[in-house]
Ligand binder design. Structure first.
Ligand SMILES: Cc1cc2nc3c(=O)[nH]c(=O)nc-3n(C[C@H](O)[C@H](O)[C@H](O)COP(=O)(O)OP(=O)(O)OC[C@H]3O[C@@H](n4cnc5c(N)ncnc54)[C@H](O)[C@@H]3O)c2cc1C
Length: 363
């Protein structure tokens, strides 16, 4: 057990009070023993890895924090020019992506630059620039805190969805120990499915490009939005996108279009990505900007919207979690007043809960 730190030292937002106890877990047995001991004592437990998707309360966390620091990668060649990687949860995701691109393995190149651990990738089914990690996950080994057993979940058991999975929906149940990915041995990327990325690469939407080019273009686009962790970029002191992109049914999307037309005229239309089930995903960043929240809005020395991207809330140094949540609620209320759309936070709240501003729950 190490000295009890402020959790702010372990999060990319640099926010959060003390943990009661911190245990660094370096192998699977360590993780299992720590989790089982906390559960047997009926003690609150937080599994923490890179700290890049959590909003920890100023009061901290009244229980045990199990920090996942396991390492190890096993490789197995599969028929059909594919490779299976069994990767321990504590491995760094971005280092794994860099190695895959360097080794000519396709399937994760558009997920370059996402901070955090391998074990967290299935939790919210990390995604960016038209790719989601669910498309390459073959299995997840996890400790089931209900049965106390270690099991292997097949992709269909993980119930992956946009920024969600069974792990995110049942946060107290699973501790991810190892994730298995199957990647294609190929120098060309998966088809590029994101218009901004295709434009940067100068290829048609749906075309492939060299893996290294895709990775370089993604990193470049991300840096321009403060979405790559960088000690020299104050805009990267964030939890990434603070809100998920709203997914609206046909009626709600028509209502959104009506409100936009009434306010901005017939030539202004919201970004819209039609989903296979008939719903429409729109852009939270677009809605926030159009609701009147400019980049940089907030306290220039404390909590403010990123100066590069309206979707990221940043801590410029002197902020508190309370102030961050207040700004998030101000934004969610403003978007709802303007467009009738409810914004839902993407990061996980620790030691406190997100309270939807009054009157802003979608009808
Ligand atoms: C600058 C920046 C850019 C980002 N860009 C993106 C992006 O493009 N796309 C995207 O999807 N996300 C993005 N994120 C969010 C974040 O990087 C990912 O969600 C990442 O997977 C979190 O990993 P982590 O190890 O830091 O998780 P943590 O923050 O440590 O934990 C996040 C949640 O997962 C749980 N968890 C972590 N490890 C385990 C485990 N082994 N078993 C069970 N539960 C676990 C924690 O309990 C917590 O609930 C970004 C964040 C930042 C700061």
């Amino acid at each position: 057990m190490s000295d009890v730190p402020l959790l702010g030292e372990l999060t990319t937002l640099r926010l959060g009070g003390p943990a009661q106890r911190l245990v660094e877990t370096r192998d699977e047995d360590d993780i299992a023993a720590t989790v089982r001991a906390a559960d047997a004592a009926n003690e609150p437990l937080l599994v923490l890895a890179g700290g890049s998707n959590v909003v920890v309360a100023d009061a901290g966390f009244p229980g045990t924090v199990a920090r996942v620091a396991t390492r190890g990668i096993a490789r197995r060649t599969l028929p059909g020019e594919r490779l299976r990687l069994d990767v321990q949860a504590g491995e760094d995701w971005e280092a794994l992506v860099a190695a895959c691109v360097g080794d000519g393995l396709a399937g994760v190149e558009a997920l370059s630059g996402i901070p955090g651990s391998v074990g967290a990738t299935p939790i919210q089914n990390v995604g960016a620039y038209g790719q989601e990690v669910a498309s390459v996950i073959a299995a997840v080994r996890a400790l089931d805190r209900v049965s106390g057993e270690i099991c292997v979940l097949a992709p269909e058991d993980c119930r992956f969805a946009y920024r969600s999975s069974t792990f995110k929906r049942h946060p107290q149940r699973w501790v991810v120990l190892e994730v298995s990915y199957v990647l294609a041995r190929r120098e060309l990327s998966e088809p590029v499915r994101y218009a901004e990325l295709a434009g940067r690469l100068d290829v048609e939407l749906g075309a492939r490009a060299p893996l290294a080019d895709v990775r370089a273009a993604v990193l470049d686009l991300r840096r321009g939005k403060g979405m790559v962790l960088d000690p020299d970029d104050p805009d990267s002191v964030s939890a990434g996108s603070f809100f998920t992109n709203p997914i609206l049914d046909a009626r709600a999307f028509a209502e959104l279009r009506r409100r936009i037309e009434a306010r901005f005229g017939p030539d202004v239309a919201p970004p819209a990505w039609r989903q296979p089930d008939g719903t429409v995903k729109t852009s939270a960043a677009w809605l926030i900007g159009r609701a009147g929240f400019a980049r940089g809005h907030g306290d220039p020395g404390g909590i403010a919207i990123s100066s590069k991207h309206t979707l990221a809330l940043t801590n410029r140094g002197a902020g508190t979690t309370r102030e961050l949540v207040d700004l998030a609620r101000e934004i969610a209320a403003g978007v709802h007043d303007t467009f009738g759309v409810e914004l839902v936070p993407e990061p996980v709240f620790v030691g406190h809960v997100w309270e939807t501003p009054p009157g802003t729950v979608a009808q």
